[in-house]
Ligand binder design. Structure first.
Ligand SMILES: Cc1cc2nc3c(=O)[nH]c(=O)nc-3n(C[C@H](O)[C@H](O)[C@H](O)COP(=O)(O)OP(=O)(O)OC[C@H]3O[C@@H](n4cnc5c(N)ncnc54)[C@H](O)[C@@H]3O)c2cc1C
Ligand SMILES: *[C@@H]1O[C@H](CO)[C@@H](O)[C@H](O)[C@H]1NC(C)=O
Ligand SMILES: *[C@@H]1O[C@H](CO)[C@@H](O)[C@H](O)[C@H]1NC(C)=O
Ligand SMILES: *[C@@H]1O[C@H](CO)[C@@H](O)[C@H](O)[C@H]1NC(C)=O
Ligand SMILES: *[C@@H]1O[C@H](CO)[C@@H](O)[C@H](O)[C@H]1NC(C)=O
Ligand SMILES: *[C@@H]1O[C@H](CO)[C@@H](O)[C@H](O)[C@H]1NC(C)=O
Ligand SMILES: *[C@@H]1O[C@H](CO)[C@@H](O)[C@H](O)[C@H]1NC(C)=O
Ligand SMILES: *[C@@H]1O[C@H](CO)[C@@H](O)[C@H](O)[C@H]1NC(C)=O
Length: 625
């Protein structure tokens, strides 16, 4: 209960604070050992670590500094943060090339003639479709400044597969765990060994089990449905999802929820790590905010046909990228060039790293030729194979208000088509139906998703989806324009992936159907979707429900858009040491690097590979000597 009160107090005291808007440092024509583009979970820790190891580093970040914005710093405000124009970058994507299917997406976003958004399927006259909203953050610290803070080390096979396909054993789950221990400052007890000296605070949320009878009833039923005894429930709710239990990939049922916050609810993230590294004033880290990298500069090396990355062109000015809701086409920015004596590292995230590669002449020949971009390296993988988790939910209304406090316990499920546990879910007194401007509540249209105090949802994340067919294409050669993104959901493996999600929904129904329906009880639950009706008395067909799930699925874990792969892999953009193939002096380190979307949530694995990249780069230097 104590943390809840703390958070409530923080919201009550939410007030404007003076945010620094110091001019970016003079960097034009300067040289640093390393230039890192993007300060999110991929680039932020890497830049700070290299500087702490004594190397001069320039960190370019298109966004500004919102570290003290209370929307951002107080984890509990994450929904406000996600909608805050000071941090958000608005992307709009397609899920398919099927126009009729796109038109049925219930939260499709449109631009009305007055410039405001409309969300829904019945737009006013003159409105233009923008697509399906895809949230991102363009700010110091990247998306980890407005995300939900769920912190999960992926399943072991996710790491072991990288080791196996590349032949690089340093990617094994066992070895990767040392990066988790290095970066974390764990504030919770676990039966597994954890790190306590890192820069990332991790806290296990109070399950609320003791304080709320409804929470006790629901979590106990979930535990039983997973095959546990009633008496196991309390210990399951503090079970460590980031532990190294044997056979952890097959452990199902409730767990304790780990978040990248401190025990007082303050967000911890790469943005704060960078801020603190700069503030110490003793490391050679130069942070240039409001600076959009527009192109990598190459030089012929002479040694082989490979060109070497030697610097970056940029534009400096507030909100220059057009995904920034504060951007204006009138602001032009000041251009410049800056040089790297050792390496350039791209960490712009899953949409921006491939965009920057393409703008720099690295990508599929046909794509570059279409935009008359001189080819530096023909890499067919740069505009495709974008991966993502599928998300869906079973949302229902109990017969009276649900009183579970902050009980939003994570819960793993293994479907009949999963090789390992394949559905991650979290359940609680909320309604989460995807993303649109204004999510999760009343959007700009008449559509509303605030269903009041009776709402109860289990939000589902399908891990390891079988389709990895998303595409990213330049809209123009203007680096301020957003690229065109089509996630191509369910293009492959549709039947199996829909079966997995459907079985997850059915599994939740199986235990919601056992909730007490007597006098004053929570049951029966009136399900809103995917099958409208009273739980236990529904008669939707499986096909109708799968169709609903397919058409209304959403996502926000984009990855693999400039991915690692084996030497013979035609679509591999990077080798296992993050080096961009067919050029020298260039690496990419962020969510786009993963061969497949990692686990249930990508933020922790992205920070882990940032630590790994630090190791790889510093080890390379040591080997040179
Ligand atoms: C609303 C929301 C909620 C989420 N919740 C969770 C969660 O609870 N748990 C979880 O694990 N994951 C969550 N995620 C996903 C997770 O935050 C991302 O996967 C992760 O941040 C990816 O890190 P990244 O470094 O690859 O890229 P990003 O976080 O996108 O960072 C990229 C940075 O690069 C900057 N940049 C881009 N292009 C340029 C350029 N050309 N020049 C200069 N700078 C540039 C951007 O401004 C940005 O700051 C969430 C994401 C969102 C949007
Ligand atoms: C960010 O802004 C805060 C105040 O709002 C300031 O204390 C801090 O030094 C700034 N950090 C950087 C790296 O700009
Ligand atoms: C850039 O720096 C180099 C050497 O440091 C100098 O010779 C050159 O004149 C500078 N160019 C500009 C445009 O400032
Ligand atoms: C927090 O975000 C909301 C949008 O979600 C915005 O209206 C508000 O101004 C922000 N508050 C602060 C303190 O920046
Ligand atoms: C961890 O366990 C120790 C010893 O039992 C206890 O003192 C401490 O409060 C526990 N910490 C947390 C965060 O539960
Ligand atoms: C851009 O400039 C034009 C002409 O100066 C002006 O009419 C317009 O309002 C400006 N737009 C914005 C978004 O500031
Ligand atoms: C808005 O919602 C109300 C109540 O559900 C409904 O009566 C009305 O027709 C809706 N208006 C529009 C423009 O859709
Ligand atoms: C089942 O479906 C049929 C046909 O759609 C409908 O008439 C009937 O009322 C439904 N029964 C229940 C219990 O919802």
């Amino acid at each position: 209960m104590a943390p809840l009160l703390t958070f409530a107090f923080c919201i009550a005291s939410l007030a404007l604070v003076g945010l620094s808007s110091a001019a970016p440092p003079e960097i034009n024509n300067k040289t640093y050992e390393y230039i890192v583009v993007g300060s999110g979970p991929g680039g932020g820790p890497l830049a700070a670590n290299l500087a702490r190891a004594g190397h001069s580093v320039l960190l370019l970040e298109a966004g500004d500094n919102q570290t003290e914005n209370l929307n951002v710093s107080q984890w509990f405000n994450f929904n406000a943060a996600g909608n805050d124009p000071a941090t958000r970058w608005d992307f709009f994507v397609k899920h398919s090339n099927d126009a009729a299917r796109e038109a049925r997406y219930l939260h499709r976003t449109w631009r009305k003639t007055d410039g405001a958004f409309y969300v829904g399927i019945d737009p006013p006259a003159g409105a233009k479709p923008l697509g399906i909203y895809y949230p991102r953050a363009g700010t110091l610290g990247g998306c980890a400044m407005h995300n939900g803070c769920l912190t999960m080390n992926p399943n072991d096979v996710d790491w072991n597969d990288i080791a196996e396909t590349t032949g690089d054993e340093s990617w094994s789950a066992e070895n990767m765990r040392k990066y988790l221990l290095k970066l974390e400052k764990a504030h919770y007890n676990s039966t597994s060994v954890h790190g306590h000296d890192g820069w990332l605070d991790t806290t296990m949320l109070d399950s609320g089990y003791a304080g709320f009878e409804d929470a006790r009833e629901l979590t106990t039923l979930a535990a039983q449905a997973a095959g546990y005894k009633v008496s196991d429930t309390t210990s399951l709710l503090t079970r460590d999802m980031n532990g190294n239990q044997p056979n952890r990939d097959n452990l199902v049922g409730p767990f304790g929820g780990v978040s990248h916050i401190n025990p007082n609810g303050r967000r911890s993230s790469p943005g704060y790590y960078v801020r603190d590294t700069v503030a110490l004033n003793k490391y050679p880290l130069t942070l240039a905010l409001d600076t959009l990298a527009t192109k990598v500069i190459f030089r012929s090396t002479g040694t082989n046909s490979h060109k070497k990355a030697v610097g970056v062109e940029y534009l400096q000015g507030k909100s220059l990228y057009s995904a920034d809701p504060r951007s204006s086409p009138n602001a032009t920015g000041v251009s410049g060039k800056v040089y790297a004596s050792r390496e350039v590292i791209l960490s712009g995230g899953a949409f921006n790293t491939p965009q920057l590669l393409l703008l720099s002449g690295i990508g599929p020949r046909r794509h570059l030729e279409k935009f008359k971009i001189p080819i530096v390296a023909d890499l067919p993988g740069v505009d495709q194979q974008v991966a993502d988790n599928y998300e869906a939910g079973i949302l229902s209304l109990a017969s009276r208000p649900v009183s579970v406090g902050q009980n939003i316990f994570p819960n793993f499920f293994k479907s009949s088509v999963g090789k390992i546990r394949d559905i991650y879910m979290w359940c609680g007194n909320f309604a989460f139906e995807g993303f649109w401007p204004g999510f999760p509540n009343t959007p700009a249209s008449n559509f509303t998703s605030d269903y009041g105090p009776r709402e109860y949802e289990c939000a589902l994340v399908h891990m390891n989806p079988r389709s990895q067919s998303g595409t990213i294409e330049l809209q123009s050669t203007n680096p301020r324009d957003v690229p065109v993104i089509n996630m191509n959901f369910f293009k492959e493996g549709e039947e199996e992936d829909l079966t997995a999600i459907y079985e997850g929904v059915e599994w939740v129904r199986s235990w919601l159907g056992k909730v007490d329906g007597g006098e004053g009880g929570l049951a029966p639950f009136e399900e809103l979707h995917p099958c409208k009706g009273t739980i236990g008395k529904q008669n939707c067909t499986v096909a109708t429900q799968k169709r609903y799930i397919k058409e209304q699925a959403y996502s926000h874990h984009a990855s693999s858009s400039a991915r690692i792969g084996a030497d013979g892999d035609r679509f591999a953009v990077l080798d296992s040491a993050f080096r961009v193939r067919k050029v020298a002096g260039l690496r990419a380190v962020d969510a786009s690097s993963f061969p497949k979307v990692p686990g249930g949530f990508p933020v922790l694995p992205t920070m882990m590979i940032s630590e790994k990249a630090t190791d790889v780069i510093l080890q390379g230097l040591a080997d040179e000597e």
